[in-house]
Design a protein around this ligand. Sequence first.
Ligand SMILES: [Zn+2]
Length: 75
Amino acid sequence: MFLRNLALRWIERNLKLTCPHCKRPSSLETFKRGRYLLAQEELTCEQCNETSPVAFWRYHGLFPATDKDNLPLAG
Ligand SMILES: [Zn+2]
């Protein structure tokens, strides 16, 4: 779907990562690791030790107030 692809590209360019579990911004080291991962690849939070697909990190970086049950890429 065109709009979703466009949104994903935009999210990836913005490169802001927020942990979907603890909602804290990634550390610089986590950011560097997550920056070039594909959306489905998993990134571990240094602060709460939870692992989530990097797409979720990007989504929460973009919409930090969004409820965690409302992820657009789930499944
Ligand atoms: Zn976390």
